[in-house]
Write a protein that binds this ligand. Sequence first.
Ligand SMILES: [Zn+2]
Length: 402
Amino acid sequence: MCAGQADAKPVIYHGAAITDTRGDRLRLDVDVIVERDVVVAIEDSRTEYSPRGPAGERVIDARGATIVPGLVDCHSHLTMPGGADWVARAADPDDVQLEAAEHNARLLRQSGVRWARDVGAARARAPEGARALSLVARDRWRGDRDYPYVRAAGTWLTHASFEALREISIPVADGDGLAAAAAQQLDEGADFVKLYMDGPDADTSPFTAGEVAKVVALARSRGAKVTAHTTQLPGARAAVAGGCDALEHGWHLDVDLVAEMAATRIVLVPTLGVLESMRTFATTTSIPRFATEEDVIRLAERRERAHASVRLAHSHGVVLAVGSDFGGGSLRANQLSWEIETLAELGVPLWEALAGATWRAGDLLGEPEAGRIRVGGPADFFLVHGDPLSDARALSRVWRVA
Ligand SMILES: [Zn+2]
């Protein structure tokens, strides 16, 4: 909703289709009435279109369009732009990263994404602002409807032996260091904790299940959740055994692990779209790590294993939440629908993929309004052309954002 809308007359979105993303059929011919940014009615459309409603409301002719709840991007990196050198961008100056966040906020808004779950940002370098830049952006934007709602994990917590992210993360030597760093993140205002469960050695988890469990207990005592980045099997095992609430990526899982995840309701945020994005770089840049035959083959193998892991998780009933990994991978902030398209190609029913980007994502965040349209709730929705329950591409055909 544009600035000043809260003071304006009620708005009637007339004659649209609507989905609550809980089933595979649209409800047709619906009027949604919005007053002061709140949904005050969702009802069958009984009148002809007229530019003004019975009480002088503005009427938007939405016949042929579909209303979708505002999406939740469950795996985002607000302060990073994505592209070919995504990790290096987290070392850009603070002001450059905060500018990237402003741009990302606009992209999110225009593409129908209302909530961003930020799973990692560099720390501000200025001593007075020594905390994650994602928290700086979140606090600047709070209460402004032109910006996404943000829940952020602060900075990545990595094992000190892992050189690749040393400059931008908080490296810790052991379990005690991990618990102390997690506590510090929460002290600085992080909404949840993100553990980086890949290390330099693919066969060894950087932290043990016991070390993870200590962080989980600490976070729980402060009302916060813990999630784990993991693309390898040992880290995934330790994260699940340690009681994390979610796995990010989960590109290498096995049957025992997905059974355990399903039983304990550990959510998987697969971020497969980023592999699709990287794949396109083989033909759009000459940078060797995308374009050489060796790299194309390595990516294809990685992608195949990731797809198999996500299929396995889904077939065992693991709850999926949907995230793009924009900024933390090559993909961009307005491309969440790419993830939904990819999940659909893997056989995940579209309504379920959409549920993972709406109300199930809200459940993961612990935010009861996120990804839902209800009478009395916020007018956080957008309109697309096409039926997103049968055609994922409809989500990228955004007409307007409420
Ligand atoms: Zn990420």
